[in-house]
Design a protein around this ligand. Sequence first.
Ligand code: ZN
Length: 55
Amino acid sequence: MCTVGGGPTGDLNFDDDRVKVKNYRCNDCEEKFPHINPNKKPICPNCDSANVTEI
Ligand SMILES: [Zn+2]
């Protein structure tokens, strides 16, 4: 009998709460868009403006 690798699955144990999505609204064109990466500045995908407000 070989039972190697028969443990409970732990490789795909992602926690959804760790991924925070913030929503922003562009002050220039009123476009609403989600921003996922906190290391990057939120930029409007519609007009490339950085003049956005978190909603
Ligand atoms: Zn915009």
